[in-house]
Design a protein around this ligand. Structure first.
Ligand SMILES: [Fe+2]
Ligand SMILES: [Fe+2]
Length: 413
């Protein structure tokens, strides 16, 4: 199966995965195996669904890359928190749905552990992230994912605890799921802000951490409520909230480094990443969000071990994605290399992806082995300026390839 932009769908294509509403209550729009008609495609466009998984003969090897149980577990979190937001807006206590949250977090956590190598479907994250419930569900999922892949670090950071307790991330998932509930009573202009905006310094915006903490602290554990209070404390000691000094007359002091609980440090990272995937309600290619995490403005804000873990788990180009190579041809990502994330293994298409019956070819290209060929665009967006090698250096680009790229389809960069 391949991940195809909705604008490239054609009648007669068959869905390899169900399609859910991107910003409503996670409701099912189309079942797996539905054969698309032009009416269905028009409706998906109207609902701003960005991509769909499509059966394409010759690409059956990719059918297992996406874990359906993890995807539906993520949407289960979305359902759990979204159905509560109306109640929470009416100031009904958060405790009413606690058991539902806990069940959803536990279920997703066990699926993440069981499908440890599953691909992170960033399109699903970005679709959900435009609304608060989606953002909370995304952060809970990504926090559990990161936590599951850094158990050694968790043990070291929580060394006073027995190892099994230190590795237990269910309270992390719950804290992440509720981390922004203090925004619920806020007007939209504040609710939709994030720490990456200059307005995040507004006192009214900063209040959401104390408000959420006050709302939830009596109903959830101290560890989970600590996430609500401290997810905007930055590793370098900036951020908020400030706390009263224990010594009279001394200025208020922020937490920094390992003084900030590891669960709050994890949520701080995934919170920023989720906002970068869907800035201003617009979905961007994953590599753009990854580039955003590496911008100098954020230097020092986050625990570098957590950032490195997240970026290892979320490759710039998802397996199954259709990309445009620097020579203008289309290809499908079939495998990623952790040591060279921007140089995946691809299969070059012999025809446009819209031509599902004949686009598959046997021509595999490992971009690690190519000096001049690279991924130049995805979803019509020129991504050359976002490419990086192992660390931060740009991928060396052959000038002749740059000329060929000038003919690539235009898109927002
Ligand atoms: Fe927040
Ligand atoms: Fe947030």
């Amino acid at each position: 199966m391949l991940l195809v932009p909705v604008k490239s769908l054609k009648p007669g294509m068959s869905l390899a995965q169900a399609v859910h509403h991107p910003s409503s209550d996670g409701c099912l729009l189309l079942n797996k195996a539905t054969v698309l008609t032009s009416t269905y495609i028009d409706r998906l466009c109207e609902m701003q669904v960005s991509h769909a998984w499509i059966h394409v003969p010759g690409f059956e090897e990719l059918d297992d890359v996406v874990s359906e149980s993890v995807s539906s577990g993520h949407l289960g979190l979305f359902d759990a928190i979204n159905s509560s937001i109306d109640c929470l807006e009416r100031r009904i206590a958060v405790e009413i749905n606690l058991e539902q949250y806990r069940t959803a977090v536990r279920g997703l956590l066990s699926d993440i552990v069981e499908h440890a190598d599953h691909e992170v479907v960033t399109h699903q994250l970005a679709s959900c992230g435009s609304v608060l419930a989606g953002h909370l569900a995304n952060c809970s999922y990504l926090s559990l994912l990161v936590g599951a892949h850094m158990s050694g670090y968790l043990r070291r950071q929580r060394s006073a605890l027995p190892p099994q307790v230190a590795e237990n991330t269910s309270e992390l998932g719950l804290g992440a799921l509720l981390h922004d509930i203090g925004k619920i009573p806020m007007p939209d202009e504040l609710r939709n802000r994030c720490i990456l905006d200059p307005e995040s310094e507004w006192p009214e915006y900063r209040m959401h951490v104390q408000a959420g903490y006050a709302e939830a602290r009596e109903h959830i554990s101290a560890i989970a409520s600590n996430v609500l209070l401290n997810h905007h404390q930055r590793y370098d000691g900036s951020g908020f909230p400030l706390r009263e000094s224990r010594e009279p007359g001394r200025p208020a002091t922020p937490l920094d480094g390992s003084q900030i609980h590891i669960f709050s440090r994890i949520v701080a990272v995934v919170d920023a990443f989720d906002h970068l995937l869907c800035p201003d309600g617009t979905i961007v290619p994953t590599i753009v969000a990854i580039h955003g995490m590496r911008q100098s403005k954020l230097a020092g804000w986050f625990d570098p071990v957590v950032v490195a873990t997240l970026l290892r788990l979320v490759p710039p180009f998802q397996v199954g994605s259709v990309i445009t190579l620097s020579n203008g041809s289309q290809a499908v990502v079939v495998a990623n290399h952790p040591e060279a994330p921007c140089r995946p293994r691809v299969r070059v298409l012999s025809a446009p992806v819209e031509d599902v019956g004949s686009c598959a070819s046997r021509r595999v290209l490992d971009l690690r082995m190519s000096r001049s060929m690279f991924v130049a665009a995805i979803d019509g967006v020129d991504i050359r300026k976002y490419l990086f090698t192992g660390e931060l250096e740009p991928v060396p680009v052959d000038p002749s390839e740059m000329r060929q790229c000038a003919t690539l389809p235009a898109g927002g960069s």
